[in-house]
Design a protein around this ligand. Sequence first.
Ligand code: ATP
Length: 286
Amino acid sequence: MIQGPMAASPPASWPTASRLALRSCPGVPVRVRIDTLGHGDHVLFQDLDLTFAAGGWTCVLGPSGVGKSTLLRLIAGLDTQSTQGPHTRVEGPDGLALPGLCAYMGQQDGLLPWLSARDNVALGPRLRGGATRADRDRAQALLAAVGLGERAAARPAALSGGMRQRVALARTLMENRPVVLMDEPFSALDPPTRLRLGDLAAELLRGRTVIHVTHDPLEALRLGHQVLVLGGRPASPGEPLIPEGTPPRPPDAPGLATRHADLLLRLSQALEEFPTAPCASPSPCV
Ligand SMILES: Nc1ncnc2c1ncn2[C@@H]1O[C@H](COP(=O)(O)OP(=O)(O)OP(=O)(O)O)[C@@H](O)[C@H]1O
């Protein structure tokens, strides 16, 4: 729930999900067991065993290159490039494989420029053999849920970056999967739009299992039930950080500033300990 006077309420033109009959899709637990996974000589993960609780929102942070996107791609079943040990497995409920249970949202909106916003939202059904009338109606309803019902016929080029990311969020919801994987989905947006879209995503994805990679500690602390910092090579997460209160937390939530400072320190430490420094130049980084 939105709390406090500084809460980033969506403007009236962004109807809230509670006003719409969105399909509920309860999350399922996800377990990732990696004996070895890497690229070439780089072992990114070794002897890693991570469990993501059903319906929980986990934010994953860590130095650039630590393996966050690789981990997400592995869970999504999109990882065709890393080398994996024979016992590397991603499991859903009761040890079942996860394919078909995940929706993926990346930093790029990935919208097809020649399709309208509505047809982009209905892309999954289109690719699977053709969108039905019911699919198109649902795409329209989801665009209304993200406040773009009036722009359903617009092509991506006619929309702002924030609007395009809202279309991408609607497309993610169209897939109606219990597990949602997000790789820096709001990083290209200005801070207020990012705040609003984070709140909107928290509302629309409530109850699903969400794994969200971000470089923004405040975003992680506002949206996550738990926050993991991946560090080292091979990478491992430290103790999960569990912020107080229910997400999405407003930016001025009690205790958030202290948590933010703690998390920044943990991230700085993870960066210092990371073997590949972002700046290898002998001259000082600026
Ligand atoms: N296809 C690939 N072939 C070789 N190396 C790769 C490939 N994809 C990723 N890597 C390497 O694996 C490491 C982890 O990459 P990954 O994209 O998972 O990191 P990340 O933590 O998501 O980084 P960022 O925060 O910059 O997005 C990096 O060193 C990267 O260069």
